[in-house]
Design a protein around this ligand. Structure first.
Ligand code: DGJ
Length: 744
């Protein structure tokens, strides 16, 4: 039998051999810097931080059950004892009544299992009992085992001291003498305190309309949010929050959960037959199975659980802080996002050396720090019909390779970034002609194309090795500081013909593990290269990919008004430190809406600013506006990206007004943005009061854009700005104002 502790240290393993073999990824269970030491009393376990307490224990049947999760308890507070549930009726067995921390499907369980297995003789019954526990690198490891079969589960719990975030995962270990098949695996079950009026909040949408906040009562029955698409998806994101009916933006108790997984995933929220509210999160069991040979293991994704007593705003501030401190590359020292220029909306596939240099010169003149050439530079890529897979420079467009463009970009004082879509292939490509078997497919069945492309099977080691070799070469031969890693379609026909039929569904896990290993290895070889996760916009944003990428492309929808509700939704889960937002042309391609340039800038300045407009169409006045806005942004950049975000007036689809405030961690600077879609009936004033400042400190106010009411003081205390606030003057359509506050 292998040692479960080693398995947990090993983190996620990779099925990708060859060039990636032996890679120590250090991903899923990297110990948090400020980890809480678990308290163990008998067989009760308790994690305490100033933000939350999480507790569970072993009942007299040896089952692990939840005891408490919520606002921090006092050190001496007693925990309720772990007492095994009793059968309520012949239809509500004890297993249904028990608030399991990690339920196996068996013993009559009718609630959502965390683990379901099938044995070679057809047995599908698993009853997990506590064996022992240990503390390793600050994390609590609980060992469970089935009552009759040598199936072991190692649960890992860690709590981050400074945010109260609990990080949970599970490893299933087959210690039988035969194979077992995992049909379903979640990181764990979650049990909420008893209450009648919970509401579930989650993010849903579609391409160009991602991140729309949804809210519904948790009534009897089950809510499933999921991706069956092979990738995180635009349709839903693996984040949810649950609060009582009266939770507001800045008040009330909020429990939230996020799954770090970039493949097909599922989260469930149930109010069950006895009224208990429970949730689970893990691999999507739809079309899933994972066969383990003797001695093999399967790890779940990490599940991140947080609690805030300060409403949705408090919850997202905690989570953002955690992401910057513990998740993003450079943990705790996350590099500020440079102001970038991206060529996509300006030139699409029509990229040439001269054309890109002309854009780069204009981008540098307004203060851009990075120039990114998007799609179209490689193979026979004149449209989306051909070329994906052939990652050699198109010599018709770049007769001397990328060198002359990169040298010019660098001479202009910017660094250079390049678009790639390594997981994809067009059937019209040399790669596909040579290796038609490299794509995900079922033999003899149609291969459904999307955007004329197919998905390479990264579960195959030769495919991974090929991608690693070509990207390594690209980064070695060219002075590239940044790659935008795109992924423009969901999966179809998810076959892996080279694997045995009983092993093929491993593709859902092995593909993603190999993707992570591939990016990790690329970063190891090229540690200065930064990466953006893009999937036709925001189709691959989650805490799994965020460990490996420095920023994300939130949506292809760059309309500045639409974008604000998209950004609002995004910020519920993820930090503005990675939220790329471009200023593009007006009318916008999405909806033909016309908006002023300063409004477009202010919309994008609430995240990591980029420019995606065709600068050849700009007037001298536009250039002056852009120069001023970019200079102003650089003075607030670290506050916007690294500060605490307050959604003072949350932006909503079709909403009229919105306002956000970012306050630096030391509370010495704040940046306030306010917007109106349209004023009516001679409205002119938009009053906004601030939050999060130091009431006793004095702050000077500097106007970035727009207008404040006459008589607004140039300096006042934090108490004044939070009590009286600022009256913005706004008349017309698509107006925005912004001010900066600096401690004096
Ligand atoms: C989809 C991305 O979201 C866009 O920004 C752009 O990079 C295109 N792909 C290029 O094909």
């Amino acid at each position: 039998m292998s040692n479960g502790a080693d398995l947990l240290r090993m983190n996620r393993r990779t099925a990708c051999g060859g060039l990636l073999a032996g890679l120590a990824m250090g991903l899923a269970s990297a110990p948090a810097i400020s980890q809480v030491l678990p308290k163990v009393v008998g067989k009760s376990f308790r994690l305490d931080s100033p933000h939350a307490t999480y507790a569970f224990g072993v009942n007299e049947r040896g089952q692990l059950q939840s005891l408490y999760w919520g606002a921090p308890l006092a050190a001496g507070d007693p925990l309720p004892p772990a007492i095994a549930a009793k059968e309520l009726s012949s239809n509500e067995l004890a297993s249904t009544m028990t608030p399991f921390e990690f339920a196996g499907f068996g013993g009559g369980l009718t609630t959502e299992p965390a683990l379901k297995v099938t044995l070679p003789d057809g047995t599908r019954d698993l009853e997990l009992r506590y064996v022992d526990h240990r503390i390793e690198a600050g994390a609590l490891i609980i060992h469970l085992r089935d009552i009759t079969t040598a199936i072991d589960v190692h649960l890992r719990y860690a709590m981050d001291q400074s945010t109260g975030l609990v990080i949970r995962s599970a490893v299933v270990e087959n210690n039988t003498r035969d194979w077992i098949q995992v049909d379903q695996l979640a990181a764990g079950n979650i049990n909420l305190p008893a209450a009648e009026d919970y509401r579930l909040h989650y993010l849903a949408g579609r391409w160009s309309a991602e991140w729309q906040l949804q809210s519904r009562a948790v009534t009897p029955g089950s809510t499933v949010i999921e991706s069956r698409r092979g990738v995180t998806s635009h349709q839903a994101n693996p984040w949810l929050a649950i609060g009582r009916d009266d939770v507001a933006e800045e008040s009330g108790a909020v429990w939230f959960a996020a799954l770090g997984w970039s493949g097909s995933w599922r989260m469930t929220v149930d109010r069950d037959a006895i009224g208990a509210v429970r949730a689970s999160a893990g691999y999507n069991p739809f079309d899933f199975s994972y066969r383990l040979r003797p001695g093999e293991t399967l790890a779940s994704p990490n599940l991140y659980l947080g609690f805030s007593g300060d409403g949705f705003g408090g919850a997202s501030r905690l989570f953002h802080r955690y992401q910057r401190a513990e998740i993003l590359p450079g943990v705790g020292h996350v590099r500020p996002r440079p102001v970038l220029y991206n060529s996509w909306e300006a030139t699409q596939f029509d990229v040439t050396e001269a054309g890109q240099i002309a854009l780069a010169e204009k981008a540098a003149s307004i203060g851009c720090e990075r120039f990114v050439m998007d799609d179209g530079w490689f193979g026979a890529r004149d449209s989306d019909k051909a070329g994906l897979g052939d990652w050699t420079v198109n010599r018709r467009k770049f007769p001397n390779g990328l060198g002359p463009l990169i040298r010019r970009v660098k001479a202009l004082g910017m660094d250079f970034g390049l678009w790639v879509e390594p997981e994809m292939v067009n059937p019209d490509s040399d790669l596909y002609r040579a290796h038609p078997d490299w794509v995900i497919n079922f033999p003899g069945r149609p291969r459904t194309e999307a955007r004329q492309q197919l998905v390479l099977n990264l579960a195959r080691r030769d495919v991974c090795d090929h991608i690693l070799t070509l990207l390594d070469k690209l980064l070695t031969e060219n002075d590239i500081a940044f790659i935008k890693w795109d992924h423009n379609r969901n999966w179809s026909e998810p076959g892996w013909p080279e694997a045995a039929p009983a092993e093929q569904q491993k593709i859902y896990v092995d593909y993603v593990d190999n993707l992570y290993a591939l990016i990790a290895e690329l970063r190891r070889r090229h540690p200065r290269v930064e990466i953006e996760s893009c999937a036709s916009g925001g189709g691959r944003v989650d805490l799994g990919i965020m460990r490996l990428t420095d920023q994300v492309w939130v949506s292809d929808n760059t309309d500045p008004y639409d974008r604000m509700s998209i950004q609002d939704g995004f910020s519920r889960a993820y930090t503005p430190a990675i939220m790329m937002a471009w200023v593009t042309d007006s009318p916008n391609w999405v909806n033909k809406r016309s908006t002023p340039l300063d409004y477009r800038f202010l919309s994008s300045m609430q995240g990591a600013l980029g420019i995606g407009a065709n600068l050849h169409h700009w007037t001298a006045e536009d250039f002056a506006t852009a120069r001023a806005m970019i200079a102003a942004y650089k003075r607030i950049r670290s506050t916007v990206q690294q500060g605490d975000l307050y959604r003072l007036l949350p932006a909503r689809k079709e909403g009229d007004r919105s306002a956000t405030l970012s306050v630096s961690p030391d509370r010495r600077q704040a940046a306030l943005f306010a917007f109106t879609r349209s004023t009516t009936m001679r409205e002119t004033a938009m009053p906004v009061t601030l939050l999060g400042l130091d009431p006793a400190r004095r702050y000077a106010m500097t106007l970035i854009a727009g207008e404040v009411a006459p008589g607004t003081p140039a300096q006042a205390s934090g108490a004044f700005w939070m009590g009286r606030g600022v009256d913005f003057v706004m008349t017309g359509d698509f107006r925005g104002c912004a001010v900066r506050f600096d401690a004096v």
